[in-house]
Design a protein around this ligand. Sequence first.
Ligand code: XMP
Length: 326
Amino acid sequence: MSDVRPESMARITTKELADEFIAQQIKEIREQVGDKKVLLALSGGVDSSVVAALLIKAIGKQLYCVHVNHGLLRKGEPEQVIKVFKEEMDANLIYVDAVDRFLDKLAGVSDPETKRKIIGKEFIDVFVEEARKLDGIAYLAQGTIYPDILESKDGIKAHHNVGGLPEDLNFELVEPVKLLYKDEVRVVGKALGLPEGMVERQPFPGPGLGVRCVGAITRDRLEAVRESDAILREEFAAAGLQGKVWQYFTVVPDFKSTGIRDGKRTFDWPVIIRAINTTDAIKVTVEEIPYSLLYKIRDRILTEVKGVNRVLYDITPKPVATIEYE
Ligand code: XMP
């Protein structure tokens, strides 16, 4: 499959178009893969989950899903991946706890592109190790989508998915959704029968919370990102905003400011809330969140998250800002 979306390709907006796409992909995947084994990085996000479901449909247990816990996942995520794919879909799922390994490599690294590259490379290394434990892996499946390809071509940011494999491991890539936009991936996911909650899940970058723990990642600040993100998601769900707001998350920048708590001076981090709407992740507007909800989230963050003394709301569209901070 070429990396350029043909102009004649209709936008997948209906179940019928999705079914056509799925049938075509199943055929192509079977032709490409034959009886060989495929390794897939299953993060649990929409893209890799849809790719997993497509591959399970096409080749069943020839697919080996590897879920790498790199320590940059959202709260509760590794547990959910295991539940959905291992217990409910009966997939071959290998869980790798690589938390210390990733965080040790990232210690002291503040440059965003370097962080991305370290995470990407470490990912590949983990896969290579898993592949070497398995016999006869020939393919590496990936949840690359079209915006990834466009933006890495334009040099806006390094595309986390494509990394160099050692020459002795000639994995060929299987990227069945690489010409699709995000909204199309969701339509395909629904047509594949994936649970609504998974298909409608907001996008999550490959480098995970790493790009939201701005600058050099420390374990305590990373926990502040993870805990505040969990609170934000819980409160958005309680307010009925889940599935209505395209992407929402928190960011903890690498600076502190003065505050006061229980009559004593504090010097702590701010938590920045970002909540945006878009159809294609290219042009983005900011969601108008009611102040009452923002106040509720603020109060919970200030009470429950350690090391935080301010909560801010980012009102910047894309362009000028990107969605993520790094
Ligand atoms: P930006 O920050 O470029 O993000 O406006 C656009 C969308 O892409 C997601 N994103 C990523 N997804 N790997 C991914 O799989 C990445 O490295 C990455 N960077 C950003 C981001 O969350 C948003 O939905």
